[in-house]
Design a protein around this ligand. Structure first.
Ligand SMILES: Nc1nc(=O)c2c([nH]1)NC[C@@H]1CN(c3ccc(C(=O)N[C@@H](CCC(=O)O)C(=O)O)cc3)C=[N+]21
Length: 283
């Protein structure tokens, strides 16, 4: 029987623990707070914003929302970030990606105070992650590591193939796995023998942003599959980057979409914000 890796269940368990940590913080007069900056209207971002707000409120974490229209300038965003960077009431800052084309996302990311960078996207945090000295972990890859650990899926010595090389998922995922002694192959949209490589994976992590891209013939029987995709298919249904119906029967374990990686991204975001708030105690 294939094991279905339940991200909702683990996310729920983690959020219960976080609730207790926020109670302790509040008793010390610290209200953990996350500032979220949203520019324009990306579909995945809307889902993310809605779900993370609900989850934050449940655990007693305060969120401040800053919504900007598509036409916003870089200067306006930088001005807000500069304020939030030094606001002692704000422990975490998150700028929703993607940003509209007139805004240089790298410049915005680099402007965030690294000690408040809950996404772990600041170049300093990226560098420390790659040097195996992480200070802030990107939420989606971190959530995937926790899911694998919870299901006793050991990555050390395994061949993990990642499909996708984004700054948000593919690249930091590779660094985390390497830090955990996996053998890592990164493939992407320009990889010529992509399907030959995915067939060799003991663990396959797919974040390429194409609906049901990975088929049964692309995987080895017994594979562990982690699906990071969030796409709407022709029928308007939310589907991953893996054809679940085809691949599930031959996998040892697989994450569903929805209910797999998505809820873990949120749990890790909340956990990191609480951790940043705790850092203030005595310091
Ligand atoms: N700076 C930044 N950091 C991000 O981490 C980031 C971002 N920008 N921009 C947008 C994407 C997308 N993203 C999601 C996270 C969770 C769900 C999620 O909760 N999914 C659930 C629910 C789906 C539903 O409600 O239908 C699930 O998969 O089960 C969705 C999408 C984070 N992203």
């Amino acid at each position: 029987m294939t094991e279905i890796i339940d991200g909702r269940a683990l996310s729920h368990k983690i959020r219960q623990q976080l609730k207790q940590r926020t109670v302790l913080l509040r008793a010390r007069g610290i209200i953990p707070a996350l500032a979220v900056i949203l520019v324009g209207s990306d579909n995945a971002s809307q889902i993310y914003v809605r779900n993370k707000h609900r989850a934050a409120a449940e655990i007693g974490l305060a969120t401040q929302d800053f919504k900007f229209p598509d036409t916003t300038t870089e200067e306006e965003l930088l001005e807000l970030i500069t304020k939030l960077n030094v606001d002692p009431k704000v422990h975490g800052i998150l700028v929703q990606l993607p940003l509209p084309p007139q805004i240089n996302a790298a410049k915005i990311t680099a402007a965030i105070n690294p000690i408040k960078d809950v996404d772990g996207f600041h170049p300093l945090n990226v560098g420390q992650l790659f040097l195996n000295d992480p200070q802030s972990l990107p939420c989606t890859p971190h959530g995937i590591m926790r899911l694998l650990a919870e299901h006793q899926i050991n990555v050390a010595g395994k061949h993990v193939v990642i499909v996708g090389r984004s700054n948000i998922v593919g690249r930091p995922m590779a660094a985390l796995l390497l830090n955990a002694d996996a053998t890592v192959t990164i493939t992407h949209s320009k990889t010529s023998n992509l399907r030959e490589l995915t067939q060799q994976a003991d663990i396959l992590i797919v974040a390429i942003g194409r609906a049901e891209f990975i088929k049964k013939a692309d995987v080895k029987p017994g594979v562990v599959v982690v699906d990071v995709g969030m796409n709407r298919n022709a029928a308007g249904k939310l589907v991953g980057d893996v054809d679940f119906t085809e691949v599930e029967p031959i996998a040892t374990a697989i994450t569903p979409v929805p209910g797999g990686v998505g809820p873990m991204t949120i749990a890790m975001l909340l956990e990191q914000t609480v951790r940043f708030a705790e850092r203030k105690i005595g310091g």
